[in-house]
Design a protein around this ligand. Structure first.
Ligand code: ADP
Length: 546
């Protein structure tokens, strides 16, 4: 017997029409280079409707990929809706990627148009010749004093010339692609994760649940997490569904600027990687942040001390969440449960430092990576964490990776190693992915090793993550020098400088006799991590991405 309920698609047009119908009076503020702009949702929805027409006029195909190369802004949010509501696929390009990666990604996704913030033109324009499928570049003028290349179109001019699309947006099949985002592959090329309308809508609801960020119409939300990182953790669509006011930070992502916006707009909910909040710690005393009730934090492990410092200063600890681009990204949230009521504040801090419990509709299991055997939830046994659920990827775009990251029964292998306590609270203990996450962005250790091993005096090199108070993780290079040769750390850094981005340069170089190997002859990063786990870097780091 079948249920007798209406089979209506879970699709983003609903998010748009709901905002239009109920929340026209709410505000969207953007801090642009030239000052703050404020629009009402009512005006914003008319702009989205004009943008829908623009996409037609530009001749973007029915499911064409619409690239964005933008900061967090109200206009980026226009693209977030106009592209999927007209059946196109929003493709948010990560502005921090290397030029070669960006070229690969835009070509692989076959972006037909790229919308770019004027301040970011210098990063994109040099690549334009290599972006084979891009037919139009549209410049969103954010007030930056940057020359616009010939032939690039102006966003506002296009919008002004377009009639607003009239009528309802319709996406009939909820499994239609809505957006895509590339993940940095440990080895090999980045892989495309393709979100569907259904997954985007269901995932947005998680931002509304009471045991999560609990967005409501009374909130003012500032998403610090970039809109090119897994749809800004679902916050943009969640805000529109709930009807919150939204404050976008634009290009100035410094802790000082963010603290100023939190205070002046009486923000209640915000979210970003630990590095942002660490940077803001010294500023807390100078700002009235009493309006803030929730700070969503993840992307890297949230240090216990960071969460505690905020709890003591503002009465608001971090709301720790874990996930990945492949999980849309929210998979767990560390919300204290009744069983934690009897704990001391100190013990609760330990729970908050965990990644938390799976959110509703997400299932997790911990398995031995060798045997595939499920591990007990006793907080001792550890294994790879695997995930299943309606907003978890089932494969990569165009089958890249050959399915290696998915199990035979369709679960995602996350590459994160965890122990889980009897209440289901995940504690990440390791990562099988050879990546270092610095300030929320990936550094490919294998790539860095290859560059170091290109040095004529180097026999072998392995790069591991070491803890950093500011960036959470930074690279340490463990180098084996060829017999009879000598090398200094400075020589290694000098050699790498023209070869990698400045923020990829290792913070320290250790010379070792040989790189420890596993039974099958692979570098045993685990052994190195155990050896250098408590490594302290003395000098300033070379990271300049924030
Ligand atoms: P995002 O863009 O959300 O950071 P990525 O796919 O780039 O997503 O990164 C996901 C990876 O980041 C996870 O597999 C994990 O290794 C790490 N990560 C994310 N959140 C946490 C967390 N709360 N604690 C520890 N590691 C985390």
């Amino acid at each position: 017997m079948l249920g007798l309920m209406q089979d209506r698609p879970l699709a983003l047009p609903h998010v748009f029409h709901r905002a239009e119908q109920y929340f026209g009076h709410k505000k969207i503020v953007t801090a642009e280079a030239s000052g703050e702009t404020t629009t009402t949702i009512a005006d914003w929805t008319v702009r989205v409707r004009r943008l829908a027409t623009v996409l037609d006029t530009l001749g973007i195909s029915a499911d064409g990929r619409v690239g964005t190369f933008c900061w967090n802004t109200g206009r980026h949010l226009e693209l977030y809706l106009a592209a999927p509501c007209t059946g196109r696929v929003l493709h948010t390009l990560n502005i921090r990627l290397f030029p070669e990666q960006l070229v690969y990604i835009a070509n692989h996704a076959e972006d037909e148009v790229v919308f770019v913030d004027r301040s970011l033109i210098p990063l994109l324009a040099p690549l334009a010749d290599k972006l084979d499928t891009v037919r139009h570049y549209v410049v969103i003028d954010d007030g930056a004093d940057v020359a616009v290349p010939d032939g690039w179109l102006d966003y506002e001019e296009l919008l002004a010339a377009a009639e607003p699309f009239a009528g309802q947006f319709v996406v009939e099949d909820e499994n239609t692609a809505a957006a895509m985002c590339y993940t940095s592959g440990t080895t090999g090329n980045p892989k495309g994760v393709v979100y569907s309308h259904r997954s985007a809508v269901l995932h947005s609801l998680i931002t509304l649940v009471a045991d999560g960020s609990a967005l409501s119409e009374r909130d003012v939300v500032l998403p610090v997490v970039p809109m090119f990182h897994a749809n800004a953790w679902g916050l943009p669509y969640g805000c529109l569904l709930a009807g919150t006011d939204i404050v976008f930070p634009g290009p100035n992502m410094t802790p000082k600027a963010i603290a100023g916006l939190l205070e002046s707009h009486k923000v209640t909910v915000t979210g970003g990687v630990p590095t942002i909040w660490m940077g803001m710690l010294p500023l807390l005393a100078d700002h009235d942040l009493s309006s803030v009730r929730t700070i969503l934090c993840g992307g890297s492990a949230v240090p216990r001390s960071l969460s505690e410092n905020y709890r003591k200063a503002l009465g608001v600890p971090m709301l720790h969440a874990w996930g990945m681009t492949e999980t849309s990204p929210i998979a767990t949230i560390s919300t204290l449960r009744t069983q934690h009521d009897s704990l001391t504040e100190d013990e609760r801090a330990d729970i908050r430092a965990r990644q938390g419990q799976a959110v509703p509709l997400v299932e997790l299991r911990v398995v031995d990576p060798e045997t595939g055997e499920p591990q007990p939830w006793d907080d001792v046994a550890s294994g790879e964490i695997q995930a299943a659920g309606p907003w978890i990827a089932k494969e990569y775009y165009r089958g890249e990776g050959g399915g290696a990251q998915f199990t035979e029964d369709g679960w995602l292998r996350t590459g994160d190693v965890a122990s889980v306590d009897r209440y289901g609270f995940v504690r990440l203990v390791d990562r099988t992915k050879d990546l270092i996450k610095s300030g929320g962005e990936w550094i490919g250790s294998v790539e860095l090793e290859n560059e170091i091993m290109a040095h004529p005096k180097v026999a072998e090199a392995a790069v591991i993550a070491i803890p950093s108070e500011k960036w959470v993780e930074r690279p340490l290079a463990c180098v084996v020098v060829k017999p009879g040769e000598t090398l200094t750390p400075e020589e290694i850094i000098e050699f790498l400088t023209p070869r990698v981005a400045k923020w990829w340069l290792p913070d320290a170089v250790e010379f070792i006799d040989e790189v420890p190997k596993t039974s099958v002859g692979k570098f045993s990063k685990k052994t190195l991590r155990e050896k250098f786990g408590g490594y302290q870097v003395a000098g300033p780091t070379s990271h300049d991405q924030a």
